[in-house]
Design a protein around this ligand. Structure first.
Ligand code: TYM
Length: 335
């Protein structure tokens, strides 16, 4: 087999350190990251630059960045196998993002639903970074020539833009970037709010009962599940008109591997109370070992910072080469 055929496909993904990760982040993204390490060459990053598109308290951002990295390690990223780093520690992302911004159209960025949502939510701070965010995200991916990007459904549109920009650049100059594919799980790619199940579960939601955090203790998880909005039907079944129950079924299915048919059978003739307790139990069981590891890793600052330093150095070696190549192609003088 040639070297080319033997090369593992490369994966890149990122998560913002804007608060503790939710059950949605876990099921939709983070959970899969660890399991992909065996078959792929993986790079994972804490997207701190992206979070500056919304106002952040500096001390909190610093703390949350380390917490995010510790949580990713606790959730199964093995730094001996994969690279874990902080986005701002690899300047090549920003360097490439400028070039990509100059190859991204105003109209394309205007169509991004996340831009529309966030600019409505933060109407007093519709900054240029919020608008050009997808060009930075494209740079995150393209600077490593990533083949696959594991994300939840909400990031799919940004990924399509990254592909379009890559293709445009390749056509305009010469083949440079790999066109990245989204890698989206079959279940749980969009976990909904427990209080308003037609909305995505989000750590920035003002109602704390709408999300479960990866650091929530067992009592809190049970309480939030019990309070989850369902319907008056009383039957554990997925489908139209039952978004709350369907969402709880997605959570339970993602964490236990049971199909929707299995779940309907398991809770046949039983009320929502029993079902909600089982859902809470599956979340508690998933988080218990992660929470113990998280506390241990977070307490070991030297280890954590060491991992991030090594990750950034190794990532920079790959990314700097790409920036040099791109700068040359677009006509910037190299001395
Ligand atoms: P972020 O920080 O909003 O979310 C991180 C990951 O979690 C997924 N996710 C969900 N999945 C299922 N259900 C939910 N309720 C839910 N909420 C969030 C997201 O889809 C995402 O995969 N722009 C990105 C971060 C980023 C990135 C990148 C990702 C920056 N550069 C390059 C991939 C590649 C973001 O804001 O994710």
């Amino acid at each position: 087999m040639s070297d080319q055929m033997e090369r593992k496909k490369r994966i890149l993904s990122g998560i913002q350190p804007t608060g503790t990760f939710t059950l949605g982040n876990y099921i939709g993204a983070v959970r899969n990251w660890g399991s992909l390490q065996e078959d792929f060459e993986c790079l994972y990053m804490v997207a701190d630059l992206h979070s500056l598109t919304v106002r952040q308290e500096p001390a909190a951002l610093r703390r949350q960045t380390r917490e995010a990295a510790a949580m990713l390690l606790a959730a199964g990223i093995d730094p001996k196998v994969s690279l874990l780093f902080v986005q701002s520690h690899v300047p090549a992302h920003v360097q490439l993002s400028w070039i990509l911004s100059c190859n991204t159209q105003f109209g394309e960025l205007s169509r991004m639903t996340q831009f529309k949502d966030k600019s409505a939510k933060h109407a007093d701070n519709v900054n240029a970074g919020l608008f050009t965010y997808p060009a930075l995200m494209a740079a995150d991916i393209l600077v490593y020539n990533a083949d696959l990007v594991p994300v939840g459904v909400d990031q799919k549109q940004h990924l399509e833009l990254a592909r379009n920009v890559a293709q445009r650049f390749n056509n305009l100059y010469s083949p440079t970037f790999t066109l990245p594919e989204p890698y989206i799980g079959k279940t749980g790619a969009k976990i909904m709010s427990l209080q308003e199940p037609d909305k995505k579960m989000s750590k920035s939601d003002s109602n704390a009962n709408s999300f479960i955090l990866m650091t929530d203790d067992a009592d809190t998880i049970l309480r939030k599940c019990k309070r989850a909005v369902t319907d008056s039907d009383g039957v554990v079944r997925a489908g139209d008109g039952k978004p709350g129950v369907t969402n709880l079924m997605s959570i339970y299915s993602s964490l236990t591997g049971k199909t929707f048919a299995d779940i309907e059978k398991e809770f046949e003739g039983q009320g929502y109370g029993v079902f909600k307790e089982a859902v809470a139990g599956s979340v508690i069981d998933a988080f218990r070992p992660i929470q113990a590891e998280y506390a241990r890793i977070l307490a070991d600052r030297e280890y954590l910072d060491g991992v991030l330093k090594e990750g950034a150095a190794a990532a920079s070696r790959i990314a700097d080469r790409m920036v040099a190549k791109v700068y040359k192609k677009v006509g910037l003088v190299q001395l």
